[in-house]
Each structure stands twice: as structure tokens, then as C-alpha cells.
Design a protein around this ligand. Sequence first.
Ligand SMILES: *Cc1c(COP(=O)(O)O)cnc(C)c1O
Length: 492
Amino acid sequence: MQYISTRNKKNKVSGTEAVVKGLSDEGGLFVPEEFPRLALEEIENLCELDYPSRSAEIIGKFMPELKEKLDSFTEKAYSRFDGDAAPLVKIDDNLYILELWHGPTHAFKDIALTLLPYLMTGSKEQLGHKEKTLILVATSGDTGKAALEGFKDVDGTDVIVFYPQDGVSQMQKLQMTTTTGGNVKVFGINGNFDDAQTAVKKIFTDKETADIIAKYGYNLSSANSINWGRLVPQIAYYFSSYCDMLSGGQIKLGDKVNFCVPSGNFGNILAGYYAKQMGLPVNMLICASNRNNVLTDFISGGEYSVKREFYKTTSPSMDILISSNLERLLFELSGRNDALIAERMEKLKSDGIYSITESELAEMQKSFYAGCAEEDTVFNTVGEYFDEYGYVLDTHTSVAASVYAEYVAATGDETPTVIVSTASPYKFVDDVLAALGEKAGKTTQASLKKLEDLSAMPIPETLGGLFSMPILHKDVIDKSGAKDAVISYCKK
Ligand SMILES: *Cc1c(COP(=O)(O)O)cnc(C)c1O
């Protein structure tokens, strides 16, 4: 299977090249030349498999070059989860929660980032690339730790993470600075997330750095969510949750279901749209945003505008104005018009705004519904789910649950619905406690204990154990020092 760029269809690469390159040369994103289709019987056959095998089947359709190895890749990646990697929990009639946070860092990014290292090394091997890969990550919290956990001790790859020294939560900082592994390095940056991101982008485009690190046998790459290798593992859990409903006798083969997804960079929900393109019986994809509701306005009205205020919310992983993966949806809606996509992305960069046509909007609204939730609603919904179902939502998932309630009120739709849950409530423990009407503990540890007593759900070992782990990464640098830090790392 070939991949083409959203901004120039003539740029074609294989799936393995798409994973290794990350981004097309002219700045577009790689998409499959066409989507593989699964007949209903094939979906039914998936149900007999466990999650790693279901995942390998789906990914194999997109990356046939790696087909022989995928079972062992997914087996290894998902053995790092506590139990099933993507368990579906039924909480009410026609209402399910897909828990994607049982991985090493307790957010849904683990699903892709535990597997990406295998896809990347497998791709390099298939292409005959011998260089070591140095993954650079700028993070506002979740991605950094997920990348560290995914890539640590993986042969032929190293990872360096830059985080804003004072811009991440206590828990997120501890998660990163205690990371073990001989091929990882973590730097605090004096500055905010944008400073970290700018420093990393500068290194990526700096020819001199590339030349110097090439002498030490390294190539640079990135692990952010526009890489095809981060998107493709996410398609699998849409199929898997459908199988779980089927196996449980809750739906019949061919029945449609809804998915409601807490969205930021639009990678998670886009994977659901791709599953639908592949033949999964999906009714509506409900795109849930917090106060940063640029996607809600776009899906409702067809105009994308970043000329708006940016809010910091209690669902920080969704605080985003430019949803990079939306470009891939636009490509499909426009009938794969690469010139038009290039033009709109240029317009977004220069004017901060673009619009789609009426017919594109109508096409989008056949598959997508969008809504947003204010902070007080998000908090109330955490309380309501606990009272009604005895289930504790994290703040991101609560955004989705809030928007789902609004969707049902607006449409009366009774289609079985899966709320995609993206983080463990323990990861955002103080806000979750506040939403449940409880005071935070004196320390984060005390807060964890409090939530454990309340929810009767055990504290994940990897979070509870952080407080007794040695801090291994203490370096803090100015953003101007990032380049030297990278070069010194390669020299070692
Ligand atoms: C990254 C993230 C999201 C947003 O997912 P996108 O794919 O960027 O839309 C939602 N919730 C949590 C907890 C996340 O870490």
C-alpha cells in the first residue's frame, strides 16, 4: 500500500517510509492511497482474537510490509498494560466506556506510543536504514512520559524530552524525571511549552545539527501525533470495542454504534472516522471539546478560526487551538483535493482562518456531531456519574460525557454509544476530588489515597510508586542550550 501527502498527491511513499519520515517534505501529512475495507464477516472474525491480535490484523491492512512481525510487536507493546489494553465497560443501557488508560503512563497516548517504537524499528529494518534514531519531544505533560516509556531500552532509538520546568503538574514532572532506561534523557526548560516546542522545531530544521549528529550515527525523528505510526494503532480499538459489544450480545452484527471522543489534536476521533471508512458500522462520531471549542464551531458552522482566546482548563491535554490532524479529514471531505488543502493550510498560517464549502460541511455533518462543555458542567458530570453509576471519570472523559448528554437531549438518539475514556482519574486527582466535592490532600500522595478510599479502585502502582523513586533527570537548561544538549547526548 502506498501513502500520499495531503498537500501533494504526487509525493508517494510506502507505509514504512511514512512512519520513518513522519511528515512529507512539503509539510503535508501522509494518508493511505485508499482505505482497506472489512466485510462484516471479517469484523466478526476479529472478535475471536485478543486485543494484540485484533490490533495486528487492522495494522497489517495498512502496513503489509510488516505483516509477519506485527503479532509479536503488538504482543510486546500491550503486555505493558495492566490487563486488557482497551477494556470496554458497560455502565448503563446502551452506554459504554472504553478505557484506554491502563498503560504505563495512564493516558490513551500509551496505546500508540508503546507500539510506535516497534513500528519504527521494524520500518527501518525493512528499509535497510542503519542509523540510530533520535526522537526529540517537546511536551506539555502527557506525550513526553508516554514517549519515554514507549522508547526506553528499545534498540537503535534514543529519546530526549524537553518540558517546561514550571509548566507541568507535579505528577507529570515526577513521571518524567524518574524515568529509567539507558537511552532516555529529560530536560526541564526555563520557559513555557511554546519555548520548548520552538527549541525543538529549531533543531529539526537546523542543517548543522543534523550533520553533526549524523557523524555520531543518528537521524532525527519525532513521535508527535501527525506521524502515521501514531494514528494507525488507534484505529484498532474502534473495531475492538465493537467486537466486545458483539461478543457480549449487546448488539447484532451490522448494528450501528456512536463514539463520543474527548478531542484536542483530532487524532483519536480521526481514527474512528477511518474505522468507519473501512466498514465499521458507525452512526455518529461525537467530537467533544472543553472551553477551547474551535472544533465545535468548525463542525457546526464550517469556519475554522484560531482568532480566539486560549483558556487553561482542567482538561489540559485538550487545550489546543490548532488541531493538526484535522487536515487529514479535510483532505477526504474535499474529495482529496491536495491543492485546495495546501491553500487552506497556508491561509490558516497567514490569516488564522479558513472555511469549507457548504457541501463539505454537509458531508462532515453526516459523520460528526460536535459540542463543548464549560468547566462547571465538566465538574458536575464527574459527580453525576459517580452518584448514578459509581464510576469515576477523569476530567477529559467528563468533557465527553457532558457533550454526550447534550447530544442525547438535542437529538433523542438511542443508538448504543461508547464514550472513549482517555485518562485515569488518578492522573488528574486533585481536580477529580474537587469535582466530587472533596478537598485535595495535603500532598499529591494524600490525594491519591483519598480518591482510592472514595472510589474503591486501587491506585495504579506506577503512579503510587513514583514518590519513592529516585529523581534521575535533574538538568534544567535555557532554550538556547537545547541544541548543545542534543549534541552532547549524541557524543556520549
Ligand atoms: C491527547 C489527549 C486527548 C486529545 O486527543 P487528540 O487525539 O489530540 O484529539 C484527550 N485526552 C487526553 C487525556 C489526552 O492525553
